[in-house]
Write a protein that binds this ligand. Structure first.
Ligand code: FAD
Length: 403
């Protein structure tokens, strides 16, 4: 007789993707273990912007509407307007119908890991998964233990060991590398930024540094951002590695000058890879599914990944549940859910990304600006998730419960 696996599911990585998968599987009544190599509270380089896509997800799946997020201390700042620049020319600046919220990842991720534990998942902190046998569904951990499971969820971020252990045929490394971004970010204490801001700036940041600001054309196939937090100002740039080679540190220095923060150019920025359109369309192999950054799931235009981490984890949790309860094929169920609920949206956003950056490469500023101004409301709605990037129509695929 076949022996019972140790767990129904093993989740590797405890960021927003891993914790959401573990939380849902726990709620479905499955036996789940989550292995996180660090200990909470652990930080993750991130500007912490939560679009309305994430806000809606947190309300629908975690029953956490905005007042509850605030009460739990998960919202650090709320931006009620935005400004978009091309170089130093302001193209758009207006109030938002719905705000962007900003969170601090050490708090956000710790909170979500606790929610997974409350839902019944075993959380193993400080445990690194060192090897994965996808066919026999066994994971080996840094303490030499081995665990069997009916399904393995790789939620181990952009450097994912789980992804790197899959065969090339499952992940298309060429496409992955072509669409992989790199980001550099500085967190500047708000008081210091206010005192040391230069008058020479070509982009004058808002009084009180409250307006989230996006700047195109500061690097190739990417953008710069200045995002307000309560205590800090987050300044960063991110773009495709292939298009920028090693030029990003210089571009960040120039960007700091443009926004009047060159006093901080000697500070060492933190750097981290960023998914920028390298999502894998069939991120499943044998007993293993990839979610979140591990599968390259983030907005191809903005690199916003928190929502996509949550949503892919939700789809994966449902695929695991169907596999266990009905015997449905694990990989096939996950990829078909993804292809129905998420991939068409990412493909449409990718087409818009390519169009915008080709226009910038060709210096076609005037038609691009005209198009941005006429479509701005629809694009903001698509970023916030109330419209689809597919012809900007109203579409609920991103938000509907899976069943
Ligand atoms: C500079 C920058 C700014 C960003 N700003 C935003 C933003 O404003 N808004 C937004 O939505 N997104 C933003 N993102 C993207 C966002 O941070 C990611 O998309 C998101 O963190 C993905 O979540 P995840 O759970 O997939 O992975 P992660 O959050 O990276 O979590 C992966 C976890 O796996 C663990 N792990 C790794 N390997 C192992 C192993 N072998 N065993 C056990 N554990 C392991 C890691 O310790 C980590 O805790 C930004 C990214 C960068 C780089």
């Amino acid at each position: 007789m076949e022996s019972r696996p140790d767990y129904d599911a093993v989740v590797i990585g405890g960021g927003p993707a891993g914790s959401t998968a573990a939380y849902l599987l726990g709620r479905f009544g499955h036996r789940v273990a989550l292995f996180e190599r660090q200990r909470y509270p652990r930080d993750k380089l991130c500007a912490g912007c939560l679009s309305q896509k994430s806000v809606r997800f947190l309300e629908r799946v975690y029953s956490l509407p905005v007042p509850a997020l605030r009460k739990e201390g998960l919202l650090d700042f709320t931006g009620t307007d935005y400004a978009l620049y091309i170089g130093s020319n302001r193209v758009l600046a207006e109030d938002l119908a719905e705000p962007f919220h900003f969170t601090r990842r050490e708090r956000y991720d710790t909170y979500l890991a606790h929610k997974a534990a409350e839902a019944g998942a075993e959380i193993h902190e400080g445990v690194d998964v060192t090897a994965i046998d996808h066919v026999n569904r066994i994971v080996t951990t840094s303490d030499g233990e081995q665990y069997t499971a009916r399904a393995i969820i790789g939620a181990d971020g952009i450097h994912s060991r789980v992804r790197r252990s899959l065969p090339d045929s499952a992940i298309d490394p060429e496409r992955w590398n072509k669409n992989l971004g790199w980001a550099l970010e500085l967190a500047i204490p708000r008081e210091e930024a206010e005192v040391r801001m230069s008058e020479e700036a070509t982009i004058r940041l808002s009084d009180g540094l409250t307006t989230p600001c996006l700047v195109l054309d500061v690097c190739r196939w990417g953008y710069g951002w200045v995002f307000p937090n309560r205590e800090e100002i987050i300044v960063g740039i991110g773009g495709l590695i292939e298009k920028n080679r090693r030029g990003l540190p210089d571009r960040l220095r120039e960007f700091l000058k443009v926004v009047g923060l060159s006093a901080f150019e000697e500070r060492k920025p933190a750097g981290w890879p960023l998914p920028f359109g390298n999502y894998i369309t069939s991120p499943a192999y044998e007993g293993t599914l990839l979610v979140g950054d591990a599968g390259g799931f983030a907005s191809p235009i903005l690199g916003e990944g928190i929502f996509y981490a949550h949503r892919t984890a939700e789809l994966a949790a449902h695929a695991v549940d169907r596999h266990i309860t009905t015997g449905a094929p694990l990989a096939g169920t996950y990829t078909s859910l993804l292809n129905r609920r998420l991939i068409p949206e990412l493909q449409a956003e990718m087409r818009l990304r390519d169009f915008i950056y080709r226009c910038l490469d060709a210096r076609m500023y005037i038609p691009l600006v005209a198009l941005m101004r006429t479509t701005r409301r629809r694009v903001i709605d698509a970023v916030q998730g109330s419209r689809s990037f597919r012809r900007f129509r109203h579409d609920e695929d991103l938000h509907t419960a899976v069943w």
